[in-house]
Write a protein that binds this ligand. Structure first.
Ligand code: ZN
Ligand code: ZN
Length: 302
């Protein structure tokens, strides 16, 4: 029907159709809608307090680019400041381009930018650390990158770390924890850390789907087609990703339902029991569930 595909808020042509509530939006209203939803999540979950110095984990990829753009727009009103941190793992053919993208974005926005390298922190590039275990690339890198980010954040003196995890990432993690029978990880977000140990983590984009993030970047003129990490994805996550994509397409709202399920489980569980099970690594002093942390084990320390 002519006139059907119009913005629900004005008469401009609609560029997206969203659910819950059902609405069609033009470019300007979609940008407004995305920013309002992120700001609402930041306030609802009290992610930011006045005086906070927020370190944004900026890989240079689409999620973290959108995260920095959004926080740069939304945070000044909350009395918090921003600093971007990038981890250079030393992945040939991948990191050079994303690093350049990260540098030009922080320069354009006037945001301070701190870069740490695997070579500097762990004595070698990821490519070389992985020799002989290339198949485990994503797992090894994930462990080391989380530690490197913590290190970078410490260097900036930031009070919180913001990461670009989106709704798809979070829904995949929920389903993966269910499929692995991993209740502790379902109940307790290890990334949020413990008072006195880690810098608290916030995930302001967890209310946006990957598709919405790409659309937001395209509409603001920041979408860039960058190389994917050559080590990307564990086997289980790739399977869960394609399964969830199919379910979300046939049953819109599936990912949101999964998040509501996780939040319900978290509310009814007692995470303090799990927190008690954590101790400190006898080699590096970071928080771990065993005697020696994953980083020290991967690096063959001790
Ligand atoms: Zn409109
Ligand atoms: Zn350790």
């Amino acid at each position: 029907m002519p006139g059907e595909n119009r913005c629900s808020l004005c008469r401009e042509p609609a560029v997206v159709r969203l659910i819950e509530p059902e609405r069609r939006l033009c470019a300007a209203h979609f940008i407004e809608d995305v920013e309002a939803r992120v700001l609402a999540a930041v306030r609802r979950e009290q992610m930011v307090s006045p005086g906070d110095r927020i370190a944004v984990g900026l890989s240079g990829g689409k999620d973290s680019t959108a995260l920095l753009l959004l926080l740069h727009r939304l945070l000044p009103s909350s009395g918090a400041t921003l600093v971007a941190v990038t981890v250079d793992e030393g992945i040939a053919g991948y990191r050079e381009e994303t690093l350049k993208a990260a540098e030009s974005l922080t320069a354009e926005l006037g945001v301070e930018h701190v870069i740490v390298t695997f070579a500097d922190l762990f004595g070698d590039d990821l490519d070389r650390l992985l020799t002989g275990r290339e198949g485990q690339g994503c797992t090894v890198c994930g462990v080391l990158r989380r530690r490197a980010l913590v290190e970078a954040v410490k260097r900036t003196g930031a009070t919180k770390l913001a990461t670009g995890h989106n709704l798809d990432d979070e829904a995949q993690s929920v389903l993966m924890n269910v499929l692995r029978g991993d209740l502790p990880h379902l109940v307790h977000d290890t990334s949020t850390g413990q008072p006195g140990h880690f810098v608290p983590r916030i995930k302001p984009l967890s209310v946006l789907s990957e598709k919405e993030i790409v659309t937001y970047l395209l509409l603001r003129g920041y979408f860039r087609d960058l190389p994917e990490c050559p080590y990307a994805g564990t086997a289980l996550r790739s399977e869960v990703r394609s399964m969830l994509a199919g379910l979300e397409h046939r049953h819109p709202g599936t990912m949101l339902r999964l998040m509501q399920f996780r939040d319900g489980v978290r509310r009814s569980a007692r995470p303090t029991e799990l927190a008690k099970a954590l101790s400190t690594c006898r080699i590096c002093g970071e928080l771990t569930s065993g005697e020696v942390c994953q980083v020290c084990r991967l690096l063959g320390r001790g």
